[in-house]
Design a protein around this ligand. Structure first.
Ligand SMILES: [Zn+2]
Length: 127
């Protein structure tokens, strides 16, 4: 793995415990890197067991760590919807489409909500 220190970036063997270039301990960084995937799996397991609040919390944590993880964001939106929070679901799916406009799950999710674009234009009949 490359050294996480921006000015170093020495390429180290995956099993290296310290960076060969600057001596930064790498073990903690590797664990941090694997943690969101672990949380995501915890969330999936919780969702399968219908423990939806736990699932939502796991997915929300993953999204907090990795805002670009659209897979986790889709899962978070679905958990919110199933928990009776369509507004939060809509917000998350809109965020997915912001990053990946062709994302099928997010499109299906939003159509499930009967949603137009998130920022609706004012009613043209008034004013
Ligand atoms: Zn280094």
């Amino acid at each position: 793995m490359p050294c996480p220190v921006p000015l170093c970036r020495t390429d180290n063997a995956y099993e290296a415990t310290d960076c060969g270039g600057c001596g930064t301990p790498l073990f903690g960084y590797a664990r941090l890197h694997a943690y969101p995937a672990f949380l995501f799996n915890q969330g999936l397991a919780a969702a399968r067991e219908d423990r939806l609040p736990a699932a939502r919390d796991c997915f929300a944590a993953v999204v907090h760590w990795c805002p670009g993880d659209t897979e986790a964001r889709n899962a978070l939106a679905l958990a919110c919807l199933r928990l009776g929070d369509p507004e939060e679901a809509r917000r998350q799916w809109a965020e997915v489409l912001d990053r990946r406009p062709d994302d099928d799950k997010a499109r299906r999710g939003l159509s499930l909500l009967g949603a137009g674009p998130p920022d609706r234009l004012p009613d043209p009949g008034t004013g």
